[in-house]
Design a protein around this ligand. Sequence first.
Ligand SMILES: *[C@@H]1O[C@H](CO)[C@@H](O)[C@H](O)[C@H]1NC(C)=O
Ligand SMILES: *[C@@H]1O[C@H](CO)[C@@H](O)[C@H](O)[C@H]1NC(C)=O
Ligand SMILES: *[C@@H]1O[C@H](CO)[C@@H](O)[C@H](O)[C@H]1NC(C)=O
Ligand SMILES: [Zn+2]
Length: 309
Amino acid sequence: MTSILSLSSVLLALKLCSGEWCYEGQLSCESECTGPSEWKKSFLQCGGQNQSPINIITRKVKHDPELTSFIFDGHEDIFNMSVENHGQSAHFTLPESVRLRGGGLSATYKAVQFHLHWGKDDGQGSEHSVDGERYPMELHIVHIKEKYNNLNMALNDSTGVAALGFFFEVSSEQNKNLDKIIEALGKVKHEGNSSEIEDFRLADIIPQANTLSYYRYSGSLTTPGCDQSVVWTVFQQTLPISKTQLTSMYKQVLFATEKPMTGIFRPVQDLNGRVVYTSVKSHCLCVLPNLIALFLCLFCVFGQQRCFH
Ligand SMILES: *[C@@H]1O[C@H](CO)[C@@H](O)[C@H](O)[C@H]1NC(C)=O
Ligand SMILES: *[C@@H]1O[C@H](CO)[C@@H](O)[C@H](O)[C@H]1NC(C)=O
Ligand SMILES: *[C@@H]1O[C@H](CO)[C@@H](O)[C@H](O)[C@H]1NC(C)=O
Ligand SMILES: [Zn+2]
């Protein structure tokens, strides 16, 4: 009897092991983990129609006048924040006093945590891409509707979670405001390690809400269970980080397997007919490549202002 029990627990352990999910870069001959293309076998929702991340095609985005400025509450507050290595990323826990409203959202949301997605030396690390281009890193700030006590409850609601995504772009100057984050990551090298950042302020890394324009679509968590409960906001403004800082981000942290934690992003998913909306009038997207386009763009912005005043 005991031998049957222990045999079945060994089998159960094996099953759990091989079912563990991982990123594409972690797949190898000796690893038994489940890569992104197989997630849906263990986590049904990962095969759904509203998955994230996506590639944003700027030519196809639609302007939505309801997408007004956000109101960020608590971004000026100074607090102590814990950071923990969860094996596939490091989570920075945010206090509930950090809140999100406006921005075309139907409710007020409260912050839960933020985390980063990065790549390795090739500079491809963001989850979302814009016109096929990946940025080197992407910050996700996860919020849930005020009325829910925890993330699990919010995942039961198709708009229960509001996630903010910021891309990082390599700059020649160091971004001193990231130093506390980089230092903290150095203290959570192994899965389960946690540490604390003292006197942190979100406003030091996130620009003011009224300066931000963004894309909006309905999607999912980008890690299993891939719950389709997320109102996604991806900002057009990027945050700066130096090459050295970027490297020290991903050189310090290890996966649960003790291998360097690199390539922590999911490949982009099919839109399946979803529309990506923008807070900016689409013909005013100043991403056009040449000088003539720049003039047209300025003309357009100027023209739009005249209409408003
Ligand atoms: C942060 O932690 C330090 C050291 O433990 C403590 O002195 C300080 O009061 C804490 N600050 C806040 C805002 O809780
Ligand atoms: C999810 O929603 C259903 C229906 O609204 C409800 O019955 C269930 O208790 C909810 N589950 C959780 C975990 O909140
Ligand atoms: C970090 O985790 C490793 C592996 O679990 C453990 O050996 C080590 O003591 C932890 N370090 C700290 C500072 O908690
Ligand atoms: Zn994320």
